[in-house]
Design a protein around this ligand. Sequence first.
Ligand code: TXA
Ligand code: MG
Length: 326
Amino acid sequence: NLPKARPDLLTPGPAAYARGAEALAAGDLVSFPTETVYGLGGDAGNDKAVAAIFAAKGRPSFNPLIVHVLGEEQAESFAAFDDRARRLAELFWPGPLTLVLPRKPNAPLSLLVSAGLDTVAVRAPVHPVARALLQASGRPIAAPSANVSGHVSPTAPIHVAEEFPDGGGGRLKLILAGGKCPIGVESTVLDLTGEQPVLLRPGSVTREELEAVLGPVALAGADAGVKAPGMLSSHYAPNLPVRLDATSVGADEALLAFGPDQFTRGGHERLNLSPTGDLHEAAANLFAMLRALDKPCCKAIAVMPIPEQGLGVAINDRLRRAAAPR
Ligand code: TXA
Ligand code: MG
């Protein structure tokens, strides 16, 4: 007899989407796969649902959430699109690009979603399960990654179940078990509320791709904490310490390799993000492998260097936060 609070894992399909929509309408939470990571979703217009998201994650209330929509039309009801935003939505939606835009006055959205800011982050996911849930619910869905605040993000349904064994205080009713997330790192977050576009979080839509459309895109500077409070401190952190740019590995360490693994000794446990050095494969494996290596048998996780190009920028960003002082 399982404790009642444990969320149900459902195979995606019409019945599962109907139950998901019902749970969302009741102000409860539903976890669903996106192309990036699993989300912990609640009705973005319902204060109690949004508060339950913050509570389940232990997320500081000053760190705002991303609102998920089917597309620009649905987003226009609460976010102000300028020409730049329209062009990017046309080119990259549905897909892993989040736009931070001015919030429309009287937007039918919980104020908590924006954590008191006059802006809102919005994205249209491309994953068919996320889209089917959005369609069934007919509402914008607020969804951070479905992990306890500061933990490694979930890229498979089992990760979500492990993060919230009691259903996040009982409000997480079901997990749409849609397999592994194909991209594996969170969406690119771009701030378009100022004259100069600012990249708040690197993801699989790269700065180069954005600059080809917009011209120069600034990187979030040292004051980024004001704009995206989730971006500064330790984050994506396994229990074990993480050691970056390893050129050797100790006998009491776990090794997270990339490309040909030339270490002949050490590495009590070993996994390889991509033996052929493919950054897409590495991103898709990153969070699951960090979880798998995070065992008490080892003293630390040593990570081989990853090239700082393309998706490597997003991978290194997550790894640096995983290695940041706690
Ligand atoms: O790929 C993703 O984006 C996943 C899936 C579930 O869609 N979601 C996700 O959400 O990564 P979360 O909450 O873990 O990360 C949202 C990021 C945070 O860094 C937050 O600070 C930033 O977006 N953010 C949200 N609203 C913002 C706003 N109004 N202004 C600036 N940054 C914002
Ligand atoms: Mg997150």
